[in-house]
Design a protein around this ligand. Structure first.
Ligand SMILES: Nc1ncnc2c1ncn2[C@@H]1O[C@H](COP(=O)(O)OP(=O)(O)OP(=O)(O)O)[C@@H](O)[C@H]1O
Length: 324
C-alpha cells in the first residue's frame, strides 16, 4: 500500500455543520478537524448522528448548513472519492455478482490500488470468492464491505460500525488488518457502539449526542472526566452503608433490583461503587463486619465516561459542539 503524504490540508475539516431532516436536527452545528494519520472513533447513543456524519463525509448527503471538506476539497469531487474508502452497514453490492467480481468492479473505480487478491485476503474472503452476495452471512458481508473499502488503497477510510456482525476471532483479525492499514499513516474514522474497541484502537474519541459533539479528546482524557475509582465487590452490606461512606460518589447493586436499605444476612450481592477512597470504604466494611468478596479496584472505564457524558447532555449545553 502507498504512503500518505503529510503537510497538505487536513484530512477532514468540518465547520458549523448542520443536517436537518424536516424538523429533526441529525447534526446540529458541529465543527471538527482531523489531521492525516489520525485514527478517530465516533461514538454516541442510537440516533446521535454518526451515520449521517459519515454519509455527509462521503458526499452521499448534502449539508443543510455549514461546510465540509475532505483533503481540502468537496467530498463529492472525483479527486476526493479516489482517495477515500468506506465500509458501510449496507454494502450496496448487487446480488447477482460474486465476491471476486464485486471487489474487481470496485477496484476499477480507483486510479491505483492494491491487487484484488490482496484485498480479498486482507478481508479473510479467500475461501468465499465464488459466493454471491445473497449467499453471504452478515459477518461475510462485513468482510466484503472491508475488501471494497481497502481495494482502492485509500488515504482515508470510514468504517460505520464495522464489527457489528463479526464473531470474536473475526473481530480480532479485522482490527489487526485495520491497524496494519493505520500503520501506513492512513486516516481512519470509525463509528462504533463497542466502547472497548474505541478505547483500544482510537487515538481520538468524538462523542456525539443529539447531533452535537459533547466530547472530543483522547480516550484517556474522557476517562479522567469521571471522578474517583471503580470498586466492584460482592457484599451483604446494604446500599445505605455503601453510599454514606466518606468519599463515595455513587453506589449501586447489579441487576437493577430495588436497593436494600437494611442488612440481608447471607445475601451478598454484586455492587459497583465509585469513590475517592477505596481504602476508607473497605475499612468501614471490615470494621462493621460486612462480607467482602470478588473485589476489584480499577480506574474509570470508557463506559463510565460515556454514561457520565451522555447523561450530562440532559442539562443545557453550549451551542457550539466545540473542538478539543
Ligand atoms: N433519511 C432520514 N430521514 C429522516 N430522519 C433521519 C434520516 N436519517 C436519519 N434520520 C434521523 O437523524 C438522526 C440521526 O440518525 P443517524 O442514523 O445519523 O444516527 P446514528 O448515530 O448513526 O444512530 P445508530 O447508532 O442507531 O446507527 C436520528 O434521529 C434519525 O432518526
Amino acid at each position: 500500500m502507498g504512503e500518505t503524504h503529510s503537510g497538505g490540508p487536513p484530512a477532514i475539516a468540518i465547520s458549523s455543520l448542520t443536517k436537518r431532516y424536516g424538523d429533526k436536527f441529525a447534526l446540529d452545528g458541529i465543527s471538527l478537524r482531523i489531521t492525516p494519520g489520525e485514527v478517530a472513533a465516533v461514538l454516541g447513543p442510537n440516533g446521535a448522528g454518526k451515520t449521517t456524519l459519515i454519509e455527509l463525509l462521503l458526499g452521499m448527503r448534502t449539508p443543510t448548513a455549514g461546510t465540509i471538506e475532505v483533503f481540502g476539497a468537496s467530498p463529492s469531487s472525483r479527486a476526493v472519492k479516489s482517495r477515500v474508502g468506506a465500509m458501510l452497514q449496507d454494502t450496496g453490492a448487487p446480488d447477482g455478482l460474486t465476491v471476486r467480481e464485486i471487489v474487481t468492479l470496485v477496484s476499477s473505480y480507483y486510479p491505483v490500488g492494491i491487487p484484488v487478491a490482496e484485498a480479498l485476503e486482507r478481508a479473510g474472503l479467500t475461501e468465499h470468492l465464488r459466493k454471491k452476495t445473497n449467499e453471504l452471512s452478515g459477518g461475510l458481508r462485513q468482510r466484503l464491505s472491508f475488501a471494497m473499502a481497502v481495494v482502492g488503497d485509500p488515504d482515508l477510510m470510514y468504517l460505520d460500525e464495522p464489527t457489528a456482525s463479526l464473531d470474536v476471532a473475526a473481530r480480532r483479525e479485522f482490527w489487526t488488518q485495520v491497524q496494519g492499514f493505520a500503520g501506513l499513516g492512513k486516516t481512519i474514522l470509525f463509528s462504533t457502539h463497542n466502547l472497548s474497541e474505541a478505547d483500544e484502537f482510537a487515538q481520538r474519541l468524538i462523542l456525539l449526542d443529539s447531533g452535537r459533539v459533547i466530547q472530543d479528546s483522547t480516550p484517556e482524557a474522557a476517562k479522567r472526566l469521571v471522578a474517583g475509582r471503580r470498586v466492584a465487590l460482592t457484599t451483604d452490606a446494604p446500599l445505605d452503608v455503601l453510599s454514606t461512606t466518606a468519599g463515595v460518589i455513587h453506589a449501586e447493586f447489579d441487576g437493577g433490583d430495588p436497593p436494600p436499605t437494611s442488612a440481608l444476612p447471607g445475601k451478598a450481592r454484586a455492587a459497583v461503587v465509585r469513590c475517592n477512597s477505596p481504602e476508607a470504604l473497605l475499612r468501614r466494611l471490615f470494621t462493621e463486619g460486612w462480607s467482602v468478596a470478588d473485589l476489584t479496584v480499577t480506574e474509570a472505564t470508557l463506559e463510565d465516561a460515556f454514561l457520565h457524558l451522555t447523561d450530562r447532555t440532559t442539562k443545557p449545553q453550549p451551542s457550539d459542539g466545540g473542538t478539543p
